[in-house]
Design a protein around this ligand. Structure first.
Ligand code: F0G
Length: 447
């Protein structure tokens, strides 16, 4: 049950079918190019698109915009200490800014970084250092038909040991755990796996990093699924799980419940010093690091709200009910449903479309045409060289949409699915310069 109500409303509009057809054609069949005003329900991302609380809006007015020694920074620091357990904080403009600060400080050319699954920007920052990002997912984590693991986001120590045998421990400066695992359908990571990864990282003398973007949602799954934590609160679980890390890298746009912001947090003084100095170069002075004082205030409040039991239960249950409704309607979704999004198996939904005609992108376009719903393709269009399933992600912004909106989305997806034989594939009509980032800008056309 929601424990909030709407104080400020935002107008949204379902354009006519003809307008949607025109908008999609103008966008080159790429929904990143569609104007947000032409989208009815926007499930492109859960990042920075949620509603702030009245307490967060009130906190904005307290923002101390001093260049140095801002009291807003102190409030952010104490929220990170209380909620996440880390004393040193280097703010950044968003998650990828924090990644640049952290991985730029930790990783050198020729290194190898291990992660349960690197998110795109994480992969890019590791590669940008001249290092090699290697994923260590557990078996079945990427298989939309595997159905059933309770902690499919976990890190495979066996896989990591194979890499160590191959490259040696000296080449591995960092072991990263992404909770929840965005690139594995938003599946959670258990605390027992976190402990194992911490032990493994210590054994090979690597820094243990947690990408904490969705740490509160992950803690909620732990409270439900890991027996040891039956009686623990989400706040207690979050602190324990994060506490095994040497450093956190955080996008506040997710479980910080803000529209922009991020940070690195650590209890390692040497790492803190290195990050602080790199942040001055790329982000800003260490007491604002790319954020306005007011945004640090909102983030400080948002971190505390994110671990409130009633908030996080409502959040994860809303996503789950939406996903289960699609599953009940016969739509092939990744199960169990993840914490922030529902992932549809487009290869199963549109079996007549081969991978080189982008079934996921065809499904995304069709959902927009059918109901003005915007999702995102995470298959062979977004990851040209990777062996990934053809997933479409419908990400749910926090505290934003209600049951009637999800009814509309479910109805839209169901009718696309029912009429799936009429859906055509797509081919590329332009060739952006960076293949890894082509899905943001490339244009396509129907086959
Ligand atoms: N790490 C993870 C696991 C993420 O999901 C994201 C962003 C980032 C890092 C980077 O954070 O966007 O603040 O720079 N994920 C968004 C998404 C963009 O749609 O999944 P950022």
């Amino acid at each position: 049950m929601p424990t909030y109500r709407t104080k400020v409303s935002e107008r949204i509009r379902l354009p006519s079918r003809t307008e949607r057809e025109e908008a999609l054609e103008t966008a080159g069949y790429n929904v990143f190019n569609v104007d947000a005003d032409d989208v009815y329900i926007d499930l492109l991302t859960d990042s920075g698109t949620g509603a702030m609380s009245d307490e967060q809006w009130a906190a904005l007015h307290r923002g101390d915009e001093s260049y140095a020694g801002s009291s807003s920074f102190e409030r952010l620091e104490s929220a990170v200490r209380d909620v996440m357990g880390f004393p040193q904080v280097v703010p950044a403009h968003q998650g990828r800014g924090a990644e640049n600060v952290l991985y730029g400080s930790l990783v050198d050319e020729g290194d190898v970084v291990l992660n349960n699954t690197h998110f795109d920007t994480t992969r890019a920052h590791v590669a940008n250092q001249g290092a090699r990002p290697v994923d260590c997912p557990v078996d079945g984590a990427r298989d939309p038909t595997a159905r059933g693991g309770q902690f499919d986001g976990n890190f495979s120590i066996d896989r990591a040991r194979e890499i160590v045998d191959d490259v040696g421990t000296d080449a591995i400066p960092a072991v990263v755990l992404t909770i929840t695992n965005n690139s594995a359908a938003g599946q959670p990571v258990s605390v027992s796996n976190t402990r194992e990864v911490a032990r493994f990282a210590a054994e090979i003398d690597a820094t243990f990093v947690i990408d904490a973007c969705r740490f509160a949602e992950n803690a909620y799954f732990v409270s439900e699924r890991e027996d040891e934590f039956d009686d623990a609160t989400v706040a207690e679980i979050a602190r324990e799980q994060l506490g095994y890390a040497d450093a956190l890298v955080m996008s506040g746009k997710k479980d910080g419940l803000v529209n922009v912001g991020g940070f690195v947090a650590t209890d390692d003084d040497d790492l803190y010093q290195a990050c602080k100095h790199r942040a001055i170069l790329y982000e800003g002075f260490p007491t604002y690091g790319g954020m306005a004082g007011r945004d640090m205030e909102a983030l400080a409040v948002g971190l505390r709200e994110a671990v409130e039991a009633a908030y996080v239960a409502d959040r994860v249950e809303q996503v789950r009910q939406f996903g289960e409704r699609l599953a009940d309607d016969g739509v092939p979704v990744y199960e169990p449903i993840g914490g922030h999004a529902v992932y549809i198996d487009a290869a199963a939904a549109l079996p007549q479309i081969p991978a080189d005609e982008f079934p996921g992108q065809a499904l995304v376009c069709e959902c927009y045409l059918e109901g003005g719903v915007r999702g995102v393709e995470l298959g062979s269009f977004a990851f040209p060289d990777a062996d990934r399933p053809e997933l479409v992600r419908l990400a749910v912004p926090r505290r934003t949409y209600g049951p009637a909106h999800f009814d509309h989305v479910a109805e839209t997806v169901r009718s696309v699915f029912e009429d799936h034989e009429s859906v055509r594939g797509l081919r590329l009509a332009s060739d952006p310069p960076i293949p890894e980032l082509r899905h943001f800008t490339a244009e396509l056309e129907p086959v």
